[in-house]
Design a binder for this molecule. Structure first.
Ligand code: NOJ
Length: 755
C-alpha cells in the first residue's frame, strides 16, 4: 500500500493504469503522482536541506518544519538518530498535501558507528570482498538508523597528496579505484532495495575533484579529455555500471565550467555515453558557488545547472527560490523540471519509500543493529589488513608482550581522532584509544607508560582549527615527560602524524612532512638508542624521508573505530601486516604530483637512477623515485616470485593469454601477499604509461608454502582511449610485469604481442 494523503488512491489508480496501458508500474505511479503535483511541489522535490545537524559550508539551517509541510523539501541530509529522522519524515508524509516521503541522505563514507579505516586505508587492504562487506555493514547500520542514501563512494583519483581528501578515495590508480568503487556500490545497494538493509549509493565528486591544482581544495582543474578518459573517469564509470543510484557533481570547474552546470559532463558523458539513469545531486551549495566562479547570479546559475542535467540542489535553495520564475521567463522548460522531478521520485519509488516511508525508521531495529560485536570484528580484521608496514629494520616487529612499552605522541590517547576524518555518525565515547588498546592486549604481561609528548603542530591556532580535542601542551614539559618514560622503557612506540582533521575536506597541506614538533620529539627519542616504532597516522601519502632514514620501524595507520585493538594485534604478532600503498609516498613535496603510471619523457632518467643526470628529466636535488612506491608494503614474512610463464607469446584481438608465477612464502610467518600485474603498451598511436595496474590477487601462504598465481590477459585490459576518444586495442608489443609492488626492481617481466 502506498502512503500519503492522496497517495493511498494513487497506488490503485496506477495499478489499473499499468494494466490498461502496459506501462511499467513505476512509470504509471509517477505519472499519476506528477499529474497531481503543482509546479512548486515538483520544484520542492529538487530541494535538499540540512536538518540542523551538520553544516560544512556557509548555508544555515532554516526552520524546516513549515517548508516540509509546504512540500518544499525533497530530501534532508546528515541527521543522526532514527527518532529524529522519523519525526522529520512524519511531517513530510502526514502533514504535506501529497505526503511524498523524503529521501534521507548522510555521509556514511567509511562506516556509521562501526568505523572502518578511512577509504584510502580500506583501499590499502586490496581486499575487494572485505571492502564490499564494510560497505554492507555501513548500510545495515545506517539503514537501521533512518538513512536511505549515502554520499559514497568517492571515485576521485588523486596524485597530489597535498589535497586532504585523498583520504576519502582509493588513491592514485584508476584500475584499483574502479574495483573499490564498484565493490562499495554493491555493498551499499545489494542486488535491489527490497532488502531494507540496502541503501542508495552516490558516486562522487563528478568529476575530477581530486585533480585540484596544487592540491588546494576546491581549486581549478584543467585537463585534456584524453587524460580524463584514460586516467580519471574509470572509477565513476565503474560505479555507474555497478548500478549506483545517484551521482554527486563536484565543486571544481571542468573545461572552464563548474561541474554542476557542465552539460557535457552531466548529460553527454554520464547519461548518454555511460547510460546512467539515476539522479544527480549537486555538492554542498555548489550552485551558489557558481556565482563566485564568475558565471552568473543565483537564478541563472540554477537554470544552467538544471539544464545541464543536475536534478537536486544540495542546500543552496537555488532551485526552490528561482526555478518557478525561470520557468515563467523561459529560462527553463516545464519538461526540464519534470524530468528532474521524475528522477528524484523514481529513486524514492525504487527504494520502496512510497510503500513504506518509515522503512528505515524502526527504533527497535536501530537499537539492535548498531556497533554490533560482529560488525566490530570485521572492522578489526579490515583495519589489521589496512596497515602498511613501510620499514622493519632488524625485525623489530612484531614486539614481544613483555617488559615496558613507552607509548608517546599526540595520537596516543585521542578517542576523538582514532576514527579519522569525516565520520558523521561516529560515537567516540565507544572507541578505545591507542593506549587503551595496548593496555588491554598487554594486561598482566607488560607495562605501558604513556604520554602525549608533543603537539600535532607548532601553531596552537592550527591545532584547534583542525578540531582535534588533543590539548595544546607546553613543548618543554611535553618533551621532558616523553624522555622520562622513554628512558624507563624497553621499546618506544610513537603514535604520531595527522590528527583526524588534518586530512579530509578543506584540509590541504603545502608541507606534508611530519610536522615539526613531532619530528623534533622523534629526534630526541632517537638519541636514547632504544628500538622505536613509528605509527604514522595519516589521511594521505606523507613525505617521511627523515623518518625512514632515522627510525627503524614504521607502519602506516589509517584510523578506524577498532584501530587500537587492530594495532595491538599487529604490533604484537597476533596478526601479520599485509596492506600495500595505493598512493606513491614522495621523498619530498617538490616531487608532486607523483604517480607510478607516468608517461615517459623523451629524456627519461630511468627508474632507480641514483644521481642527478644533466639534460635528462630529473631534479638536481631529489631522485624521481617515490620513497615508498605504489603497491609497496612489507610483511613479517618474505615472499619470492618465480619468473613469469606465459601460455603464449602472442594473442589476437579477440583472444586471451595467461600469465603465471609461483609465489613462495620464504619467511618465518604465515602471511598474505598482494600480487600485482602491470602492463606496458610499448607501441601505440598515443603515448602510454610506463606501466598500469591491470590485476591483483590476495594470496594467503603458510610459512614455506608455494602457490601458483595466474592472471588472464584479455583484450579489455589492453584497451585505451585514442586521440579520437575511441576505446581501442592496438596491435603491437606489450610488457607484462608481476610482482610485489610497482617498482621495476620488484617486478618479473615478460613480453607478448597482440597481432
Ligand atoms: C561536501 C562534500 O564535498 C561532500 O563529499 C559531502 O557529501 C557533502 N558536503 C555533504 O556533507
Amino acid at each position: 500500500m502506498k502512503t500519503g494523503k492522496l497517495l493511498s488512491t494513487l497506488a490503485y489508480t496506477a495499478l489499473l493504469m499499468s494494466c490498461n496501458t502496459q506501462k511499467d508500474p513505476m512509470d504509471a505511479y509517477i505519472d499519476e503522482l506528477m499529474s497531481k503535483m503543482t509546479i512548486q511541489e515538483k520544484i520542492g522535490q529538487l530541494n535538499q536541506q540540512v536538518a540542523g545537524d551538520i553544516m560544512t559550508g556557509s548555508e544555515q539551517d532554516t526552520e524546516i518544519t513549515e517548508l516540509l509541510r509546504n512540500g518544499e523539501i525533497g530530501s534532508v541530509l546528515n541527521v543522526k538518530g532514527v527518532d529524529r529522522v522519523k519525526a522529520i519524515q512524519k511531517i513530510a508524509v502526514e502533514e504535506s498535501r501529497l505526503g511524498i516521503p523524503l529521501i534521507v541522505g548522510m555521509d556514511v563514507i567509511h562506516g556509521y558507528e562501526t568505523v572502518f579505516p578511512i577509504p584510502l586505508g580500506l583501499a590499502a587492504t586490496w581486499d575487494i570482498e572485505g571492502i564490499e562487506e564494510s560497505a554492507h555493514i555501513a548500510a545495515k547500520e545506517a539503514s537501521a538508523n533512518g538513512v536511505a542514501w549515502t554520499f559514497s563512494p568517492m571515485g576521485d583519483i588523486c596524485v597530489d597528496p597535498r589535497w586532504g581528501r585523498q583520504a576519502e578515495g582509493a588513491g592514485e590508480d584508476p584500475f584499483l579505484g574502479s574495483r573499490v568503487a564498484e565493490a562499495m556500490v554493491r555493498g551499499y545497494q545489494g542486488n535491489n532495495y527490497e532488502n531494507e538493509d540496502n541503501i542508495m549509493a552516490c558516486i562522487k565528486h563528478f568529476a575530477l575533484y581530486g585533480a585540484a591544482e596544487a592540491g588546494r581544495d576546491y581549486n581549478t582543474v584543467d585537463m585534456s579529455h584524453l587524460r580524463m578518459y584514460n586516467e580519471y573517469f574509470d572509477p565513476y564509470k565503474a560505479a555507474v555500471e555497478a548500478g549506483a543510484g545517484s551521482v554527486m557533481t563536484s565543486f571544481n570547474i571542468v573545461d572552464g565550467l563548474p561541474a554542476t552546470s557542465n552539460k557535457w559532463l552531466v548529460t553527454d558523458v554520464l547519461r548518454n555515453q555511460w547510460g546512467f539513469d539515476g539522479f544527480v545531486v549537486t555538492d554542498y551549495a555548489s550552485i551558489d558557488e557558481m556565482e563566485k566562479h564568475g558565471i552568473s547570479d543565483k537564478q541563472h546559475n540554477a537554470a544552467l545547472a538544471l539544464k545541464a542535467g543536475t536534478d537536486m540542489d544540495m542546500v543552496a535553495r537555488a532551485f526552490v527560490e528561482t526555478l518557478e520564475k525561470s520557468l515563467n521567463e523561459g529560462l527553463v522548460s516545464q519538461s526540464d523540471i519534470d524530468t528532474a522531478c521524475r528522477r528524484v521520485l523514481e529513486a524514492k519509488y525504487k527504494l520502496g519509500l512510497f510503500d513504506n516511508p518509515y522503512k528505515y525508521c524502526d527504533e527497535a531495529k536501530a537499537q539492535n543493529s548498531t556497533y554490533l560485536p560482529e560488525y566490530r570484528e570485521v572492522a578489526r580484521r579490515l583495519t589489521q589488513e589496512s596497515f602498511v608496514l613501510l620499514k622493519n629494520e632488524g625485525n623489530i616487529l612484531p614486539l614481544k608482550k613483555q617488559g615496558t612499552v613507552a607509548l608517546i605522541g599526540p595520537m596516543s590517547e585521542s578517542n576523538g581522532d582514532i576514527v579519522g576524518t569525516w565520520c558523521v555518525a561516529s560515537d567516540p565515547t565507544k572507541y578505545n584509544n591507542v593506549r587503551e588498546g595496548l593496555e588491554k592486549a598487554l594486561e598482566g604481561k607488560a607495562k605501558v607508560l604513556c604520554t602525549q609528548g608533543c603537539n600535532f603542530v607548532d601553531d596552537p591556532y592550527v591545532q584547534t582549527a583542525t578540531r582535534t580535542l588533543v590539548p595544546f601542551i607546553d613543548k618543554e614539559q611535553g618533551k621532558r615527560e616523553a624522555m622520562d618514560i622513554a628512558r624507563k622503557a624497553d621499546v618506544i612506540i610513537c603514535a604520531m602524524g595527522e590528527d583526524a582533521w588534518m586530512s579530509g575536506e578543506g584540509s590541504s597541506r603545502s608541507d606534508i612532512e611530519m610536522p615539526a614538533p613531532q619530528r623534533e620529539l622523534l629526534a630526541a627519542l632517537k638519541t636514547l638508542g632504544k628500538p622505536i616504532v613509528l605509527l604514522n597516522f595519516a589521511g594521505r601519502a606523507t613525505a617521511i624521508k627523515w623518518e625512514s632514514e632515522n627510525i627503524p620501524a614504521i607502519m602506516q595507520v589509517w584510523y578506524g573505530s577498532e584501530c587500537a585493538d587492530a594495532l595491538a594485534d599487529v604490533l604484537f604478532g597476533d596478526a601479520v601486516p599485509q596492506g600495500k600503498l595505493t598512493v606513491s609516498m614522495p621523498q619530498s613535496v617538490g616531487q608532486l604530483p607523483l604517480y607510478y603510471n607516468y608517461l615517459n619523457t623523451g629524456r627519461p632518467v630511468g627508474e632507480g637512477a641514483d644521481r642527478y643526470l644533466n639534460f635528462t628529466s630529473n631534479y638536481i636535488d631529489v631522485r624521481n623515485d617515490a620513497l615508498y612506491p605504489f603497491g609497496y608494503g612489507l610483511s613479517y614474512t618474505t615472499f619470492e616470485y618465480s619468473d613469469i610463464t606465459l601460455s603464449a607469446n602472442e594473442m589476437t584481438a579477440n583472444g586471451s593469454l595467461t600469465a603465471k608465477v609461483t609465489i613462495t612464502n620464504t619467511g618465518e610467518y604465515d602471511g598474505v601477499e598482494i600480487a600485482q600485474l602491470y602492463i606496458h603498451d610499448l607501441q601505440a598511436s598515443i603515448c602510454r604509461p610506463v606501466k598500469e595496474l591491470k590485476g591483483f590477487k590476495r594470496v594467503a601462504l603458510k610459512k614455506g608454502e608455494s602457490k601458483d598465481v595466474e592472471f588472464e590477459i584479455t583484450p579489455d585490459l589492453l584497451k585505451f582511449y585514442n586521440s579520437d576518444l575511441q576505446y581501442v586495442l592496438e596491435p603491437g608489443m606489450f610488457d607484462l610485469m608481476i610482482g610485489t609492488n610497482s617498482s621495476n626492481k620488484a617486478l618479473k617481466k615478460a613480453s607478448f604481442e597482440v597481432k
